[in-house]
Design a protein. Structure first.
Length: 137
């Protein structure tokens, strides 16, 4: 039978205090909806080398676009740029992170800074900002 010699454990190092949490950007007011900060890194002008898997091709206004989960992309020489949603374009389904609201008796859907209205039977049409400035909850 083998015996082990017990050695005194090394003292634990003193714990350094953690710095106070500092948000990297200002926190929105309590009435702001989290969708207003939706994917800050995918703003118009952001360049990607490859499209996300599952992107749909869309031809609108004589231009080629790609659409995936609320983002519109335009081809560029060696990649794709995120662009503003083309007003009047029709998409088959809404992005995952959307919410609905009623304004002047009309139902709207919002995802990020893009607004949609139901456009039966083909899907949803991109519309301009209706000007609603109320509570986004």
């Amino acid at each position: 039978m083998q015996r082990f010699r017990s050695q005194p454990a090394a003292p634990r190092p003193a714990r350094q205090p953690h710095p106070a949490f500092q948000p990297s950007r200002p926190v929105p007011p309590a009435h702001a909806h989290p969708q207003q900060r939706w994917h800050d890194y995918y703003r118009p002008g952001y360049k990607l080398r490859y499209l996300p898997h599952g992107s749909l091709s869309l031809h609108f206004g004589g231009l080629d676009y790609f659409f995936f989960d609320g983002f519109f992309y335009r081809p560029f020489s060696d990649g794709y740029f995120v662009v503003d949603a083309p007003i009047g374009a029709i998409v088959l389904s809404l992005p995952r992170l959307h919410f609905s609201f009623h304004f002047n008796g009309i139902e709207y859907f919002r995802a990020g800074n893009t607004f949609y209205r139901r456009h039966h039977p083909r899907g949803y049409i991109v519309v301009p900002d209706p000007g609603y400035r109320g509570d986004w909850r």
